[in-house]
Unconditional design. Structure first.
Length: 368
């Protein structure tokens, strides 16, 4: 029988899944610690009746496995941590009636992935007054559902799962997984206009939209639809700005750089001092889709675009960019180790599902 104690992975999982409403089994790979151990913990929680696994038909009739907290699991969690159980029961981050159809479940899954990303970036995400007290000093995350409840907005049609807020900007965030996303620029703009006119938008501008996916290869699909203004999926417009990151450790570290200008400054100086590459206003490795689209090679029409012949990419990004873009000999490829091998800090004692990918030079918030 599994033992539930504060701080153990089983309790962290119950807390996280309860907060999100439903979580895809595939998200277990993103959790801190060892995947095999975490998978065994999930199996044990299902066996004890604390979690329930549903199998749902998703896109292309693929079966998606989804986890939710059972009544027994809720009672056991209440016994171990009454305060955090109350946070779950308040349904501050996900709707109480969000279960059921694939469409509703998918929204919960996307929200879970974005919330876990916020936790791993050490953003302040817990609902309550703490967010207001640190706003402008630390990175803060609001789920889209949380904002609709807080301000009484209608979120129907908008696909964003939440927003990151720092001192100067707010950034809408979307989790794609391994699929592109049906897109209504009008619906997204309407939601962001509400953010802009709210206290969150006061003194801040809307930054780039952050697209999160499982693999860098998804950029090939994003680019094909992005340059097609008539596409029903994510596409570029006159005022759009998209950045793409994977949800593995490399992608998280790059996202940290995009959200923290002082961290980016220190990292660029670090690369320059080691003779890797020069600093840039918009480093190519931050994966601006509009910037990449300038060199995107349209295969069908054999239409040649501008050549991507300057800047730097990491090894994990380079293959797909060279496959879909016109690249020149001066494009620099940086081994991933220059970002991955820096000292990391991990807080395994926390009761939250935290996994900080932050290197030493990233460990302090910039006060952006």
């Amino acid at each position: 029988m599994i033992q539930l104690k504060n701080g153990c992975m089983a309790v962290k999982l119950l807390d996280f899944i309860g907060l999100c409403g439903e979580v895809p089994v595939s998200l277990v790979r993103m959790l801190p610690g060892y995947y095999d151990y975490n998978r065994r913990v999930v199996t044990a929680l299902i066996r004890e009746g604390y979690l329930k696994e549903r199998r749902i038909k998703g896109y292309r009739r693929r079966i998606v496995r989804s986890l939710n907290l059972t009544e027994l699991g809720s009672k056991q969690f209440q016994r171990v941590s009454p305060g955090r159980a109350q946070r779950i029961h308040s349904h501050a981050l996900a709707p109480e009636n969000g279960h059921g159809s694939w469409k509703k479940t998918l929204r919960l899954h996307r929200g879970a992935a974005c919330l876990l990303t916020a936790m791993r970036l050490r953003a302040i995400w817990q609902p309550g007054s703490q967010k207001e007290s640190v706003m402008g000093k630390q990175l803060v995350y609001f789920s889209a559902y949380e904002l609709t409840q807080k301000y009484g907005w209608d979120n129907k049609g908008a696909r964003l799962s939440g927003i990151f807020v720092n001192r100067y900007c707010y950034y809408p965030v979307y989790y794609l997984g391994d699929n592109n996303l049906l897109w209504s620029e009008e619906a997204e703009r309407m939601f962001l206009d509400r953010v802009d006119s709210s206290p969150l938008g006061y003194g801040r501008t809307c930054g780039s939209s952050l697209l999160l996916g499982d693999k860098w290869d998804l950029i090939e699909n994003l680019m094909a639809h992005g340059v097609n203004s008539r596409s029903r999926l994510i596409h570029f417009s006159k005022n759009s700005s998209f950045h793409y990151f994977t949800v593995d450790e490399m992608g998280l570290r790059l996202m940290k750089l995009a959200l923290d200008e002082m961290a980016l400054y220190r990292f660029q100086r670090y690369l320059q001092q080691n003779g890797i590459c020069k600093a840039s206003m918009l480093p190519l490795y931050l994966f601006s889709l509009e910037l990449l689209s300038e060199a995107y090679a349209l295969k069908k029409g054999k239409q040649m675009r501008a050549e991507l012949d300057r800047g730097a990419l990491f090894s994990c990004q380079a293959d797909v960019v060279k496959r879909i873009c016109n690249t020149g000999p001066n494009l620099i490829t940086i081994p991933d180790k220059w970002l991955l091998d820096l000292d990391t800090e991990r807080d395994d004692s926390s009761d939250e599902l935290l996994l900080s990918p932050n290197a030493t030079f990233l460990s302090q918030q910039s006060g952006m």
